[in-house]
Design a protein around this ligand. Sequence first.
Ligand code: FRU
Length: 487
Amino acid sequence: MSQQRTGLTRRQFLATGSAVAAAALVAGPQTVLGAEGSVPLYQERYRPQFHFTAAKNWLNDPNGLVFYEGEYHLFFQHNPHGKQWGNMTWGHAVSPDMLHWTQLDHAIWGDSLGPIFSGSAVIDWNNTAGFQAGKEKVIVCIYTSAGGSAGFAQSIAYSNDRGRTWTKYDKNPVLPQIVDGNRDPKVFWHEPSKQWVMALYLTKHDYALFGSPDLKKWTKLCDVPMPGTTECPDFFALPVDGDANNVKWVFWGGNNAYMLGSFDGKTFKPDGAPIQSHFGKNRYAAQTFSDIPPGDGRRIQIAWLAGGKYPDMPFNQQMSVPVVLSLRTFPEGVRLCLLPIKELDTLHGKQHSISGPLKPGDNPLAGIVGELFDICAELDFGAASELGFVVRGLPIAYDRKAKTLSCQGASAVVEPDGGKIRLRMLVDRTSIEIFTGDGRVTMVHCFVPPADDKALSLYAKGGDARVGSMDVWEMKSAWPQEQRAKN
Ligand code: FRU
């Protein structure tokens, strides 16, 4: 019996706990590729062009983000059998640049321990788990076995062939249920204490850290309460203002809030309350890559753009663009900044550069039409009381007096910098990702634009403003022509 056939939604399933969940098993492998209807896969009207989507069916959280031997791996919560949440497995895709993805076979299917919920992946460089069979280093996935014979417990699976085939550890689970519903293990190697560390969501607003020498035996290190936050933790260190001698730990939760603090290999001590980084409607369950080479050194994150609509499409839901995280000092304190990866520039097509006066009634973007844009703007209010964009019918407005940026009824406070605001907006077929306040403030929105509206506008109200500088790039699709033809 699948969750779908029990008629449970994702929330109901999680709220119901193990008893019903135990019945929710996953059927065996089946292919997900192939044309549906008259429109070939990847050529559909609402297929995002530079955001990852599964070829078919439902996806939610990014899982197991890891880099190995020139490949970025993106695993993802996937229902192989339907367009709604259910039957959770780990789908799998690889990419050389986090933009051009090739979907592989499913990596992990459900079993008697339950369907496969969210988790992470690491490279076991020193073969601590003893799974290494040949020269290749082993990729180990750590995931939640959700509500089968052991309740909600943490399990592992490994690959000796760069993620092409997977073996589940025969003594799973490696961490038995602590409280019903505990889930979403995020694991990393902590060199100073020479152990693997796992951040795990427990229940309500409670998380905990665990330590292990070998990914198989886990002991609790400390509790991490995080008011207002649930699910999908991440935990990592970042330099403040690029200073390697001033490092802070970031404990991240499912709703894009984070706590800064310190970690000594045993206890995470937060400096203060959770801080919110996202103010839009559709960003959730983000996690960062493991094992990015030190020479690159970036902390790169992908989120699920939760809740978008994709009318009549063979797939449902999309991922965010990858973003780079950094800690910077602002007047209000140290803040986490999220900014798109530089690789996105490789998708830039035709460029439109604009600067100069912006009077009420002007629209310097008139005549630029399309579906995919990267917009980078520095706007000076001058005498205006409101500045804004309309992107394919979707208004994004900045109110000077209230100091708020608003979109789809959501708003964020953004302090202008010397009377100026800077915005980066990535527009795909059904989404817009807005980065402002140097990345301290993100607003991510899904929308279904009218087919006949491909226009952009920029406007000022209440007085004359000025476009300090602005570049609008038409974006190219990340789905290569061959892949679109192949599928
Ligand atoms: C977050 C979440 C996770 C869980 C997964 C199930 O979106 O609820 O807590 O592991 O989705 O699909």
